[in-house]
Unconditional design. Sequence first.
Length: 84
Amino acid sequence: MQFLGLEALHQGDRALALGIVVAQLDAALLAQLAVGGRLVMPVGEREGAQWLLRLTRVNEHETRREELMGVRFVPLTGAQGWPG
């Protein structure tokens, strides 16, 4: 299953960037990254603390997570987000 809204992308992407905050990381989204690929996205509470993360897929079983800074983004709503 691919992360909703990214159907055009495929497994093996080298870089992804999301402009909406999600409550938690989604395994289906991470699975789309190629080894060495990076994902930059905000993660956190809908109306509270949010962090910009950089995730790098080190190998098939390991992802490195770096918290870059506090941010404020609009929330993802719908099937894989908060209720609208």
